[in-house]
Design a protein around this ligand. Sequence first.
Ligand code: F6P
Length: 325
Amino acid sequence: MKTLMLVSGGDAPGINTAFYHYARAAARYGGRVYGARGGFAGLLDGAVSLLTPEAAAPWAGVGGSLLESSREPVLSKQDAEQQLKARLAEWDINGLVLFGGDGSLRHLPPLLEAWEIPCIGIPTTIDNDVAGTEQTLGFDSACNYAYHVIDGMRATAHALPGRIFTLETLGGDTGYLALAVADGAGADAVLLPEYEYDENWLAERLREAATTRGHALLVMSEGVKTKEAVVANIPQWTGIRVRDTRLGHAQRGGAPSHRDRALAAEMARIAYAALRDGTRAGVVVVRGGRAALHEGSLAGAPQSAPDRVLYDFINGLNTDGRSGD
Ligand code: F6P
């Protein structure tokens, strides 16, 4: 069997680990694995090369993606089907493994199935916002990266008390990542794009933490439209100095955690087995904490909002949105 891996959209820690494990699974069964450099745009340009376990091994513990990605929607172009089929025929490819986020995995596997190109998707994004899976590859590493930074912030916060610390995570226009980080780090408050906040309870929450414990920590997702204003206004609202940190893209490019490496290995083996078994379309999802093959696409999977109960709890709110502590 000859299969091809490609990445569409943002990279995520664990993608390279999955490349390595996929190439190993293929080698075990005498299969050949190819990689398209630069997603579908790269594939259509002919940027395809053999990917052996030996070539993938040095990258297995590194963030980013050895096979570069692309956000270009080339498959929506008129002659995309013919071009894609011609490229795959040139290399005698029998199936694709597609690494991508919500947008890529909702729309592309059904399209490829319609074009009779077997495709297995692997949900990869630090945002953890793919409907139909409990966890995406890269999310755990991105949380761990944030904890590493927060631990450093806490050390200096303890050494020099009397300040409020704000931390901005990535997450696009969703708050799953920021909420998980705020929960795991025990933040005093969290702001997400999905939920409204009130400056009165926010200021009170931060002031109280800073005066009783010496410092306060507010985690915000990058999608919160007023985040710069919040940082600028905190001293005025609370009378306490503020120190702001943005994780930026370093959060996305960090090394894969143990959880993501184990998940990558499991997902890669499942993807290979699915193509070998003749599956035409599927996505490797996490259900009940384990990776499993979901046959068909995730197109109809309902998207749930970040856990509102947890959001209220972290912010010390009653369920009616008022301050509860
Ligand atoms: O891949 C998801 C993500 O990292 C988001 O968290 C972030 O908003 C976005 O991608 C950044 O995209 P880009 O690398 O194109 O700036």
